[in-house]
Write a protein that binds this ligand. Structure first.
Ligand code: GLN
Length: 277
């Protein structure tokens, strides 16, 4: 089988299994297995494919046909242009979340930053690498997620701290900026998500309980002990949760509370300042 035939074989198998974006998925698995770029593919398309490649590619195609997400098969993804390792212990970083990082980058320089519900560490590590922060602390309830975050800090040579605990449970310091992309999907909606998310991504990283707002309430309610005066709280929210989170922050004494939209024009970020007393 030639290299071109190998790629086309994968495209066909994923198309027959009705995998969304079958061609793109086949390309990513092909590129992962062979290490080829588009240009090396075009140069070498008519050469024979190596047997080892075919075995590994076949195995990965089988996994993708079960709707396992591509990123959990290749164990890699990109976020803010940086490489991240991912596995089933962490949510796959979303492009939407880059909006949160972009927003926070405008005020983290020289600051002490806490990333709650860090998961893969994508938010805090991007801020550490790109933001010139004084310190970045990554916190998560899950030990397994923190192991992934540690690997990602190492991969990106980010100098960050780690705390295991339930939100602020084991946090002792105070911070200038707290960022979080907490679980925010209402429990009843999880069953309606695409199988890649519903069956493979970690439930605790998705489930925001009854109305999806559980973690915003807890974080906002407890944040004043950990956020310095004049400090900022910055959340990613679900597309229909901006107003609710905004009004809860205002009720809790935050000022300059603002909703920011993502590239699709949907509410995505809510930020506010802790008032000087
Ligand atoms: N902070 C991580 C992310 O944005 C994980 C979020 C989560 O588990 N809810 O990808």
């Amino acid at each position: 089988m030639t290299i071109r035939e190998m790629l086309v074989y994968g495209e066909r198998r994923l198309q027959q299994a009705d995998i969304p974006e079958a061609k793109v998925n086949a390309w990513y698995l092909f590129a992962h297995v062979t290490g080829m770029t588009k240009s090396s593919f075009f140069l070498r398309a008519e050469e024979e494919a190596e047997d080892g490649w075919l075995t590994e590619y076949g195995h990965m195609l089988n996994l993708r046909m079960t709707r396992r997400p591509l990123e959990y098969i290749t164990n890699e993804t990109e976020f803010m242009g940086l490489p991240f390792y991912v596995d089933e212990n962490v949510l796959i970083p979303r492009q939407d979340t880059e909006c949160l990082v972009e927003e926070a980058l405008s005020y983290v320089q020289g600051k002490d930053v806490l990333d709650l519900c860090t998961g893969s560490g994508c938010i805090g590590i991007s801020l550490a690498v790109l933001g010139g922060c004084r310190s970045v602390t990554l916190a998560d309830l899950s030990e397994a997620a923190l192991r992934v975050a540690r690997e990602n800090a190492h991969k990106n040579q980010a100098d960050v701290l780690f705390v295991q605990g339930d939100l602020f449970e084991n946090i002792e310091d105070t911070y200038d900026v707290i960022v979080a992309n907490p679980p925010y999907i209402p429990t009843s909606e999880i069953e309606r998500l695409m199988p890649e998310v519903r069956d493979y991504e970690p439930r605790p990283a998705l489930d925001g309980e009854e109305d999806g707002l559980h973690f915003y309430h807890r974080i906002i309610g407890e944040s004043s002990r950990y956020l310095r005066f004049g400090g900022r709280l910055c959340f990613e929210t679900g597309y229909n949760q901006g107003k609710a989170v905004c009004s809860y922050m205002k009720k809790s004494g935050y000022t300059n509370v603002e909703i920011k939209k993502d590239l699709a024009g949907l509410d995505r970020i809510v930020t506010g300042c802790r008032m000087e007393e």
